[in-house]
Design a protein around this ligand. Structure first.
Ligand SMILES: Cc1cn([C@H]2C[C@H](O)[C@@H](COP(=O)(O)OP(=O)(O)OP(=O)(O)O)O2)c(=O)[nH]c1=O
Length: 186
């Protein structure tokens, strides 16, 4: 329905590319290097939006609509980004075991001089996991490109996630329903 919109997806995330395709949009992918650090004292939602905006600022104003996004996991006031190594992935998954956490994805849309950002939040509940399960998962699924060290769309999501409150696609990296509404308003 919005196939006529010329869109640039500024993301290397294969999940974001897949989700935009599933929304039946026409887009091409363009990548720029962006510093993903953020100022202290920001709330989780503000961090996700801040980084999405930083990613968007790397683009010059043009005729096409640019979409950027950033996903983070928050648990008990702590922010979990992407793990740097096996030890960090283990530590994150241990923290998330048997607990609930929140996933925030910030999205920025740019069209010429116009810029708009929004976010979505999903609560995710994990059952308790064993150290063996954590090691099996890290070894076989290598979740180093994923915030919080897991993918809801892979083995973890299908064996550990008990339930979620909110958008599933938001956890995958792009809150498609909110994004679609924002595109309709453009
Ligand atoms: C929690 C969770 C995150 N993720 C992914 C979504 C994002 O791709 C990634 C978080 O990293 P991001 O920094 O948001 O994105 P990225 O570096 O992969 O891509 P880019 O900056 O180019 O847009 O974690 C899942 O795939 N499944 C999940 O369940």
């Amino acid at each position: 329905m919005l196939k006529h919109l010329p869109i640039i997806l500024a993301s290397k995330s294969p999940r974001r590319q897949e989700l935009l395709s599933l929304m039946d949009l026409n887009f091409r992918v363009e990548l720029k290097d962006v510093d993903e650090s953020y100022p202290g004292n920001l709330e989780p939602a503000e961090i996700a939006v801040y980084i999405a905006e930083q990613k968007a600022k790397a683009f010059e104003a043009a005729g096409e609509i640019v979409i950027t996004a950033d996903t983070i996991v928050a648990i008990n006031g702590e922010i979990l980004g992407k793990p740097k190594d096996v030890a960090q992935a283990r530590e994150m998954l241990r923290k998330l075991s048997g607990e609930k956490h929140e996933v925030f994805t910030g999205v920025t849309l740019v069209k010429g001089e116009y810029i708009e950002s929004f976010f979505d939040r999903t609560t995710v509940y994990f059952r308790e996991v064993t150290a063996d399960e954590i090691d099996f998962y890290i070894e076989n699924y290598k979740p180093f490109d994923k915030a919080g060290s897991y993918g809801i769309q892979d083995w973890w999501g299908n064996t550990v996630v008990q339930r979620i409150e909110g958008s599933y696609t938001n956890v995958m990296g792009l809150p498609t329903e909110k994004l679609y509404q924002a595109l309709l308003r453009l």
